[in-house]
Design a protein around this ligand. Structure first.
Ligand SMILES: [Zn+2]
Length: 939
């Protein structure tokens, strides 16, 4: 049966008042309607549902097919599962801690008016349900469809899945694909980020759930009934259109609520997290007020925040946001970061729920805009350039902080300078790797909207945003619509802006090229053109502001002749996404930073100024006691010098180094580091250097203790064994013997791997290869060739048990040289260091890793440090090293037991493993036990 659907204005009236809702009807647009009757079995993890959908053809063409997304039907192949495991490593979590069980959505019947219809499951990943109608639906007409289906809930972390006592169900039911003037948007389900695009629809949902479950959902609970079998049935209405109908259930949810601006905010939490649940209420209320004043009031009656096992910070559904449980355990000094996570997800109620967009191809709208306005909110709340960390006085002198602004853009800088940029508008799958989606659509994306504001002016931009919400509330907006709005309000063609910033990965870099007498020459050093402002300060204290339309490669300004120019600043308010801000100043600025303690954090760009060279100087305390200084251009290069005394070695150690961080924009860097160590007794003097060229084969590492896939080429003179030079990445020196004196080596090191989750690998492989040649040059008087290859494999037996195996083969020439050493903590653990030598080597290590105590949740120092898990390890090592003949020596064997203490830093920000091993050599009558202590698993 086909019929015209009536308007929903009546339903909407009570909350909206005024003339506000008048913006929505009158466009020949009707919202779809879903009536769902679902029984959720949280013990057996499935849902039985009947769903009636009223679809209205709002497009200008007839259609005889209807398409739905059935995301739960997505099946993952092994490669994808591993990729998810690997991707989750960025968030320091195993998303399948109890093994992965796939989800499903099985369609039982599809009918209309009691007549069954033909359907098919299609799309490149089988997540599209196509229903063939027996008639065409012309524009403005509707069809009512009845679907009967079964949903199997997967066992995994995430927005759709169950783990422990929480079942989260986002986009769990068949959701209409969007039909508009471009046709049906039948996108596949890309397993990362948000591959969603849907119409805002009206929902009437009947949910039958186990009696003890607390049910949090996108709608308004109208009534509730207890059933004889102990279950409960909830009758829920949307009242106003929703982008999706999400829910999450747990018997353990507790709640705190707050009424603000006529909205009830519910912050659900798990035992022990009440403090952060309270903070979440305040965070959400603050943003709701800010966005209400800036855009339109939150039109719904309720807003819910709930913890879930997500494996990432948070995610949005209509009137509901899910926040990762670990976020509720952030240390106090990161509460602004907690605030940020809550307000970001809350902000999606405007940039997703109220006005929707195509998140598969144009996620820069939702994520970019929301990020940009959230930044404004944080600036208003905490001040311009507000810092993310608020450290207690006792620590703030020691630990530097960084701003939300910089955090948002610094990673983009890295991505752009290393050739990993891509246009912000593009299919999710077009990004080079998932983590760059953040830097590009959120980071660069937010700045693009800020630059649109700058390009059209504040007043016009506000009008654009007004129309954005007035004309698109409960609808979808496309980038082309925003462009049309902007052009109409600005009264000018903005193609140049939209083309450059959204559809290309061109870069922006304006510079002050030269200042001579009264002449200022500006230069465009990249491809993007933008209007740019210039501020000139004169010796007499006066200032002058000029602007350049940014056209052409260079622009010369002639300034008043009788004044002396003191300084010139290009883009003084930092309006542009300028990739090199150091060259925006004349004269170039140097930021002198005297630090109380110099440690590696001062060589991370986000902690340094982005518009000046940094000169950092401070004492260094560690195994060496001394001072270190560096001159850096953040992201680009660093020159460093350190000098200190090592008490253990009783040597004065001087190091001088330089590193250029990206060569030719290709994740390529080179550097040189020279050292000169002087023994106080004069016996143990040593000097040498390392020159290296290193190519990263994967743009990010999973954590501080993870080494990127890379290929490096190096030249070494006299490697210092005790403290191998770490600059440019530490080559794999395990099990290799270095003579330290009169040795010149050319080497090649390759590391490849596909594994996860970091840092406790359960799956995948790692390959490390080192090829070295020592020659008679640079004062070297030794000669050899050696090749060390090592392959490790990881597999999980049962959820809490893993097997790790490593095989190592060393080949060397000439055969009389001791090139390998297998004894010690990184080889045969039942034997002492510097033992088991030879020119060839063969070794096999096997570890059985068993979780003894999991989810320990012991936290110290206000959650800065947490003990998460204790793992027991049983191991067996076998290997031998020989000179001329394989048979000249027998295999050495040892076995042992170990403990692995798994620690977290800042809840989910970093993880590390402390390793304790005790090993005993086998078939050696007088063998003594060896104990080892280290960081990370041995392999
Ligand atoms: Zn977001």
């Amino acid at each position: 049966m086909f019929f015209l659907v009536f308007g929903f204005a009546a339903l909407a009236a009570p909350r909206l008042g005024g003339g506000w809702f008048l913006v929505s009807p009158g466009y020949g647009y009707e919202h779809p309607k879903y009536e769902i009757d679902a029984s959720i079995d949280t013990a057996r993890h499935f849902i039985q549902a009947k769903q009636r959908v009223t679809f209205v053809n709002n497009s200008d063409k007839s259609t005889s097919q209807i398409y739905f997304h059935i995301y739960p039907h997505r099946k993952y192949n092994k490669e994808e599962k591993n990729f998810i495991l690997r991707y989750a490593a960025y968030f320091k979590v195993n998303p399948f801690p109890e093994r992965f069980r796939t989800g499903d959505l099985k369609i039982n019947t599809v009918s209309s008016e009691g007549k069954s219809l033909k359907y098919a499951i299609e799309g490149k990943d089988n997540t599209i349900l196509r229903i063939d109608l027996d008639k065409e639906i012309s524009p403005g007409r509707a069809v009512v469809l009845d679907l009967d289906y079964l949903v199997v809930i997967p066992h995994m972390y995430g927005r759709f899945g169950w783990h422990k006592n929480i079942t989260s169900l986002l986009r769990w039911y068949p959701i209409l694909s969007v039909l508009d003037k471009e046709g049906w948007h039948n996108y596949p389900f890309y397993p990362y980020h948000q591959p969603y695009f849907s119409e805002a629809a009206l929902y009437s949902v009947k949910l039958t759930v186990p009696g003890g479950e607390v049910v949090i959902h996108s709608g308004i609970l109208k009534s509730e009934a207890r059933n004889a079998d102990g279950t409960r049935t909830l009758f829920v209405e949307s009242e106003l259109p929703l982008r999706d109908f999400g829910l999450t259930l747990s018997p353990d949810y507790k709640v705190k609520s707050l009424e603000t601006e006529g909205i009830k905010i519910n912050s659900y939490y798990l035992e022990g997290d009440a403090l952060y649940a309270q903070k979440a209420l305040d965070s959400a209320a603050g943003l709701i007020k800010f966005y209400a004043e800036k855009f339109i009031p939150y039109p719904y009656k309720e807003f819910n925040i709930a913890p879930s096992f997500l494996a990432y910070g948070g995610t949005q559904s209509s009137n509901l946001i899910l926040i990762d449980t670990r976020v509720y355990r952030l240390p106090e000094f990161l509460q602004r970061y907690f605030d940020f996570l809550i307000v970001h997800e809350t902000g999606h109620q405007w940039f997703y729920n109220i006005v929707g967009s195509d998140e598969y191809k144009e996620m820069v709208i939702d994520e970019g805009m929301n990020s940009s306005f959230v930044l404004q909110y944080l600036a208003q709340k905490y001040g311009q350039e507000a810092e993310v960390m608020v450290l207690p006085k006792a620590l703030s002198w020691l630990i530097p902080s960084f701003s939300f602004q910089r955090a948002q853009l610094d990673r983009y800088s890295f991505v752009a300078k290393n050739g990993l940029d891509s246009p912000v508008q593009g299919e999710l799958s077009s990004f080079q790797e998932p983590s760059s989606i953040f830097s590009i659509t959120y980071g660069k994306g937010s700045k693009i909207w800020e630059m649109l504001n700058y390009a059209v002016g504040e007043e016009v931009f506000q009008k654009i945003m007004q129309r954005y919400f007035n004309e698109y509330t409960f609808k979808n907006i496309a980038l082309s619509d925003i462009k049309a709005l902007a052009e109409a309000e600005a009264g000018t063609d903005l193609s140049w802006f939209f083309q450059q910033w959204f559809k290309t990965s061109k870069k922006c870099d304006y510079a002050v090229k030269e200042v001579k007498d009264n002449k200022v020459i500006l230069e465009n050093r990249a491809e993007i053109r933008m209007p740019v402002e210039l501020k000139i300060e004169f010796a007499d204290g006066t200032t002058q502001k000029l602007s350049w339309d940014g056209l052409g490669k260079e622009k010369e300004f002639l300034i008043e002749p009788f004044k002396t120019i003191k300084s010139v600043q290009l883009d003084p308010e930092k309006r542009l996404l300028d990739l090199d801000r150091v060259n925006n100043n004349w004269k170039r600025k140097i930021d002198l930073k005297l630090v109380p303690l110099y440690y590696p954090i001062y060589e991370i760009p986000v902690f340094l100024k982005d518009d000046a060279y940094s000169l950092v100087f401070g004492p260094q305390i560690g195994s060496d006691l001394g001072v270190r200084s560096s001159l850096q251009k953040p992201q680009d290069n660093i020159l460093y010098l350190s000098s200190g005394y090592n008490f253990g070695e009783q040597r004065i150690k001087n190091v001088l180094g330089f590193q250029q961080r990206h060569l030719g924009g290709r994740l390529l860097k080179w550097g040189i580091e020279a050292f000169d160590y002087n023994d106080t007794s004069g016996k143990d003097d040593q000097d040498g250097f390392k020159l290296y060229l290193r190519k990263e084969l994967w743009p990010v590492s999973y954590g501080l203790a993870d080494e990127n896939d890379h290929l490096s080429l190096y030249l070494l003179k006299n490697r210092d064994f005790k403290s191998a030079l770490t600059s440019g990445g530490l080559e794999d020196i395990r099990n290799l013997y270095y003579r330290r004196q009169d040795e010149a080596i050319i080497g090649l090191n390759l590391k490849l791997g596909r594994y996860g989750p970091y840092p406790d690998l359960l799956n995948g492989w790692k390959f490390i290869s080192t090829l070295e040649n020592a020659e008679h040059f640079l004062g070297g008087d030794t000669f050899f060739w050696r090749l060390a290859n090592e392959l490790s494999r990881y597999g999980s037996l049962y959820p809490k048990q893993a097997i790790a195996a490593r095989f190592k083969l060393g080949l060397g020439y000439p055969p009389d040289k001791g090139l390998f050493q297998l004894g010690g903590e990184n080889g045969l653990r039942g034997f002492a260091y510097k033992t088991i030598n030879g020119s060839q080597a063969l070794m096999f290590n096997l570890e059985y890793r068993q979780d003894l105590i999991d989810n320990l949740n012991v936290r110290f120092l206000d959650n800065i440090l947490g003990l998460d898990k204790i793992q027991g390890v049983g191991f067996f090592d076998i290997g031998k090293s020989w000179f001329t003949s394989f048979n000249e020596r027998s295999f050495k064997k040892d076995a042992g037991l170990g403990l692995r203490l798994h620690f977290t830093l800042g809840s989910f920000l970093e993880k590390f493993v402390l390793r304790l091993d005790a090993a005993l050599a086998l078939s050696q009558p007088k063998a003594k036990r060896h104990y080892w202590l280290g960081f990370g698993h041995m392999f």
